[in-house]
Design a protein around this ligand. Structure first.
Ligand code: GLN
Ligand code: ZN
Length: 765
């Protein structure tokens, strides 16, 4: 009998119950027992769901109060010594690791592979010790048993755990800690076996990465030792093909291997070739990273022969944990019914696995109705005019090299823009958003609910724009913004106005801790039916003689922070969005706007996991950006903005975007980040963020002057802009005004210091 299972499910609960309970607990509104009871309810419901659908196991250990890596820090007794905790953590201590306390800052957080989920980064030193720690996993296994389920615990494997951790001392390799770590894993496995567990899923997603030889060879040693515990191990890799790690993975002494057949589908034949006759193959056929219904007949066509060969040794599974998709379509009553049929969230993916299992074991006839329904939904998606817009296809086909290049090279544009804009040296600006006050949020919410008329809403937003413009003029900023009061979110705001985008009511996905995001769904060809920002921007420009910067979200970020189509390459969708943004850029220009910023904070996040795949991505991503930006005259200045801390490995691709000005995050690294731009001789203008908007601290003019002087050492001073790190929407007005006043003072100091050399190169000093 083929078996079916999932690698993990969402832990937030169908109505984000975990989020509410966590936040209530942190506020002190509920006690630990109440929080535990919510958690237990979520786990029980998740297991019940898997069991009732007919899956062969319930996954245990995919639950975490904050994060699965942090759970492993607790399980392995390796909390950073700086917190001074013992080897077994209480819940209060666990949360201090995640959120910090008065004495110790929180552990760092970073993105989990190429997902939008963030994990807490274990901290390792040469003397880090591991020991059996917090017993939550064993408690949960017992909990599942007691409730009558067949638990399959899941662990993050020792190599992935070490790989994703950070060395907090120079001069040692965290891989050296493997021998100290393995006995603790051995003890955990032995204890699970003693609890009557048959199978343990052990996740090693680093097998989808480029691994150095020492990491690759460590696998065999590690798994020889873990195999000795006598419990059956299902080694799980996901998020990509195995490539040069394939043989290593297939030869490990484990009872079964899970592979991602969605992203690594081309390798299936090789995987089967290498699969030893005794091993189980768990085929990840249902996409855990996307929200589309799987073509079940296509899976059956592909795997029925495999099933004949492997028999009981074939399991069907989600490609990865379902953590990365929303919980259920049940509550989506407002989605268009046709579109809804094309979708599958975690619940629907579990159902699909059960259908596949029955089809393998009892034949397709046993699930004929479900298969027919699935085929109908897919046929409607393939044929739908809501998906396919011939005009968009024709525009894409007609793209030529002229669409992704500006008329003249940067130097000529820079000269033309200087004549037109007449900005002083070290021009000052902000990244776009101003404080989103309670009044702004409430006006937006009331407008959405229909409690505020269109006219009242427009008047309220115009008042906010006027206020922001007056404040910027009083501060003496050079390039103004309208403040983005009308935007709740930089992707949602545009997505709602573009054809091809849909929004769910309850499609939440955990981002980190209690924080969840609700990514839009790109289901069809994207186009822009009408201007999206022109009226607000035109109004803002009418209030001032200073240049007003138009503010847009770029195509890569629009793509990256959405669920995307799986029926065409990401690059095609990116180009469609690029054309829609280009229409907006051109309309802003026609409305007299001389500076347009196209934000791309997610540009780097889009990088594929494997270096070999980077050039292709960077090629289409930078092209998409250039297509959005290149419809304008040379006198129109295009800005972009990115806020993260690693640029150096993609500087050529950032230069290839050919934005006239890029604003970046640098203040937290004391301008060190800029060195890369300097060494690379980055050709265009740069605004290194001179203050950290994530902190309420108001930086002094002297702080910012020092940073700018440091920046002027590595970047030609006449290419430098002066601006904060990022948008100011999360800050209050008082601190914002104080900080910006100091920032303007710092720019004036620099103008004074560099007056002479610059006078020769700028139109007006
Ligand atoms: N223009 C946006 C803002 O100022 C940019 C936000 C971002 O970089 N994430 O809020
Ligand atoms: Zn930013």
């Amino acid at each position: 009998m083929a078996r079916a299972h999932v690698l993990g499910v969402p832990r937030i609960g169908p109505q984000r119950e975990l989020k509410s309970a966590l936040e209530a607990y942190w506020r002190g509104d509920i006690d630990e027992a109440a929080l535990q009871s919510v958690a237990s309810g979520i786990r029980q419901a998740n297991w019940q769901r898997q069991h009732a659908a007919g899956l062969d196991f319930v996954t245990v250990g995919d639950f975490a109060f904050y994060d699965q890596m942090l759970n492993h820090v607790a399980l392995l007794g390796c909390a950073p010594a700086r917190f001074g905790f013992g080897s077994t953590l209480g819940l209060a201590e666990y949360f201090q690791l995640a959120r910090g306390n008065a004495a110790s800052p929180a552990m760092e957080m970073t993105k989990w592979f190429d997902t939008n989920y963030h994990y807490l980064v274990p901290e390792l030193k040469p003397d880090t010790q591991f020991s059996p720690g917090t017993a939550w996993l064993f408690d949960e296994v017992a909990e599942a048993r007691t409730a009558g389920f067949n638990p399959k615990p899941v662990l993050i494997g020792p190599l992935t755990f070490l790989y994703l951790a950070k060395e907090k001392t120079a001069g040692f390799s965290r891989l050296d800690l493997l021998d100290r770590l393995l006995p603790v894993y051995g003890a955990i496995l032995a204890r699970l076996k003693a609890q009557g567990v048959e199978w343990v899923q052990i996740d090693e997603p680093i097998l989808a990465l480029d691994l150095d030889a020492d990491w690759r060879t460590a696998f065999e040693r590690a798994y020889h030792q873990l195999n000795a515990a006598g419990v059956k191990l299902l080694l799980a890799s996901y998020f990509g093909p195995l490539r040069e790690n394939l043989q290593v993975a297939m030869k490990l002494p484990v009872a079964g291997v899970h592979v991602d057949c969605v992203r690594g589908g081309d390798e299936l034949a090789q995987v089967i070739d290498w699969l030893p006759v005794s091993k189980v193959l768990s085929a990840g056929v249902i996409d855990g990273r996307n929200v589309w219904a799987t073509d079940l007949a296509a899976v059956l066509d592909r795997f029925e022969e495999v099933h004949r060969r492997l028999g009981d040794r074939l399991w069907v599974a989600s490609s990865c944990s379902l953590l990365h998709v929303p919980v259920s379509l049940t509550g989506e009553t407002r989605l268009d019914p046709e579109l809804r049929r094309w979708l599958a969230f975690a619940d629907e993916k579990i159902t699909a696995l059960a259908v596949l299992k029955t089809a393998f074991n009892a034949g397709r006839a046993a699930v004929a109705a479900a298969l027919a329904d699935n085929q109908q939904a897919l046929a409607s998606r393939r044929a739908s005019t809501r998906v396919h817009d011939a005009a968009v296809g024709e525009r894409l086909a007609a793209l030529t090299a002229t669409h992704d290049t500006r008329n003249q090279p940067f130097a000529a544009r820079q000269a033309a823009q200087r004549v037109r804009l007449k900005l002083p040296p070290f021009p000052t600006t902000t990244i776009g958003s101003f404080p989103q006050t309670a009044e702004i949020r409430s006006a937006r919410a009331r407008f959405r609910k229909g409690e505020l008329s269109e006219a009242e809403y427009t008047a309220t937003m115009q008042r906010e724009i006027r206020r922001a413009v007056e404040k910027q003029e009083a501060l003496g900023l050079d390039v103004l913004v309208h403040g983005e009061a009308e935007r709740n979110d930089m992707v949602e705001y545009f997505g709602e106005q573009l054809a091809g985008y849909a929004f769910t009511q309850n499609g939440w996905v955990q981002s980190y801790g209690s924080r969840c995001v609700k990514p839009p769904v790109i289901y069809g060809d994207v186009s822009r039916p009408r201007p999206m920002t022109v009226e607000w921007t035109r109004y803002a420009q009418s209030l001032t003689d200073k240049p007003m910067k138009g503010m847009l979200t770029g195509p890569v970020t629009m793509l990256q922070w959405s669920f995307v189509r799986d029926d065409q390459p990401r690059s095609t969708t990116a180009l469609q969005i690029a054309l829609a943004i280009r229409d907006e850029v051109n309309d802003l220009e026609a409305a007299g706007i001389g500076i347009i910023q196209i934000d791309e904070p997610a540009y780097r996040e889009g990088l594929p996991l494997r270096k070999a795949d980077w050039p292709a991505y960077l090629d289409w991503a930078s092209r998409a950006f250039r297509i959005s930006a290149s419809g304008v005259a040379d006198t129109t200045q295009i800005h972009t903005h990115m806020c993260y801390s690693e640029f150096n490995d993609i500087l050529p691709a950032i230069a290839a975007m050919d934005a006239d000005v890029i604003t970046i995050e640098t203040s937290r690294s004391d301008m060190e980040l800029l060195r890369g731009f300097g060494d690379f001789n980055y050709p265009n203008e740069i605004g290194p963020g001179v203050y950290d908007i994530h902190s309420p601290r108001v930086p002094t003019a002297a702080d910012m002057t020092r940073l700018l002087e440091k920046a002027a050492q590595v970047i030609p001073p006449d290419n430098l802009w002066v601006n904060p790190d990022c948008g100011l929407k999360t800050r209050g007005w008082a601190e914002t005004e104080a900080a910006l006043a100091n920032m303007v003072a710092a720019a004036r100091t620099l103008r004074h210091t560099y007056a002479r050399p610059l006078a020769a190169t700028t139109a007006q000093a």
